[in-house]
Design a protein around this ligand. Structure first.
Ligand SMILES: [Fe+2]
Length: 345
């Protein structure tokens, strides 16, 4: 493989002008930009958003901008490699911190990207998806998959904050991102599917001839159940991180086509050195304090913080105390591209 390729400047001026007129360009001067040797060159940089710093800014937005003027009162966590305003935290994942005040509602809408909320603080918030009312309790994972009508409301007395994670960058890249609005949905008078059909792991409603489960059968993953499962695993697991993937209870596949979610438990003092992965990741700290080093950059994190790791990052975690995190990643998308890769360290 040649190490130095021809440059644009080496070509005669009249030839360059003729190419521009014809709407073509030579590949060789640009090829290393799109196909670097050995490993990709991510633009994305690791970021860390401390919740104690973010929270006052979010509450201020609640004072400055009524929800009717914002529709979604969100502070976007922009990838530092692209700068403030970038609508992405990693190449494939957008995250934003959203505030809903008591009595507020977000209008019913549907969009092409898929979204997941992780509830950060507050009680009384809810999301309605396809008529199913999903209570939002701290740490819960609530899905609003692409193409599913949803709206939000708040019946409590304190601010509710959640982290939105969307595969928005992929849809923007595909020029396929759009939304529609409609009237608030009628709510079915019953608890959500996590409390009815899918109460116990390993059990699903009996199959009947001609009957098929919904494409997204369970929209809410209550944190209390996730934490209990992690703790039980930790009792019996050997060394190494205790991790569980959030899956579709009917298929065992990831909860969404593009984004994956993994709950992590780190024991007090535990150090974790995961393999290098082709996936990018957003970490949300549900509880606990610790330190992660991403590509040499240290992040001292605490409860409700968010930090990110670009593709192929060298990441180390050290738990200062018992910690629970949720890792949002793009493995499902990469697997669909036939691409997902891990490298030992
Ligand atoms: Fe939405």
């Amino acid at each position: 493989m040649s190490t130095s390729l021809g440059t644009l400047e080496e070509l005669p001026e009249e030839y360059r002008a003729a190419m521009a007129d014809a709407g073509v360009a030579p590949l060789w001067p640009m090829m290393r930009n799109v196909l670097p040797h050995g490993a990709p060159k991510p633009v994305t940089a690791t970021g860390h958003w401390s919740y104690p710093a973010l929270r006052p800014l979010l509450l201020r937005a609640g004072e400055l901008t009524p929800v009717e003027k914002a529709e979604r009162r969100v502070l976007v966590l922009s990838d530092p490699g692209r700068g403030a305003g970038a609508m992405m935290a990693t190449p494939s994942i957008y995250v934003g911190m959203q505030l809903l005040l008591p009595g507020e509602t977000a209008p019913a809408h549907v969009h092409t990207p898929s979204a997941v909320r992780i509830i950060v603080e507050g009680q009384g918030g809810y999301t309605v998806v396809d008529g199913e009312k999903l209570p939002m309790e701290e740490g819960d994972l609530v899905l609003t998959p692409g193409g599913e009508w949803h709206d939000h409301g708040h019946e409590g007395t304190e601010p509710v904050v959640w982290l939105d994670a969307l595969d928005l960058p992929l849809f923007v890249y595909l020029e396929g991102s759009y939304a529609k609005e409609g009237p608030l949905q009628a709510q079915r008078n019953r608890p959500d599917a996590s409390q009815v059909e899918y109460r116990a792991a390993g059990l699903a409603p009996a199959r009947r001839l001609g009957g098929a489960p919904r494409r997204y059968p369970m929209m809410r993953y209550p944190w209390a159940r996730t934490e209990a499962a992690l703790r039980e695993m930790a009792r019996w697991a050997g060394d190494g991180p205790v991790e569980m993937d959030f899956v579709n209870p009917e298929t065992g596949e990831d909860v969404l086509p593009t984004m994956g979610f993994t709950a992590m438990m780190l024991r007090p003092g535990e150090a974790v050195r995961p393999p290098i992965s082709s996936t990018s990741a957003v970490f949300h700290v549900v509880r606990g304090r610790g330190r992660s080093i991403v590509n040499g950059t240290p992040h001292e994190w605490g409860p409700k913080d968010v930090f990110t790791a670009p593709c192929f990052a060298e990441t180390d975690h050290l738990a200062g105390e018992e910690c629970f995190l949720v890792r949002i990643h793009d493995r499902p998308f990469q697997e669909k591209l036939g691409y997902h890769e891990e490298r030992a360290r």
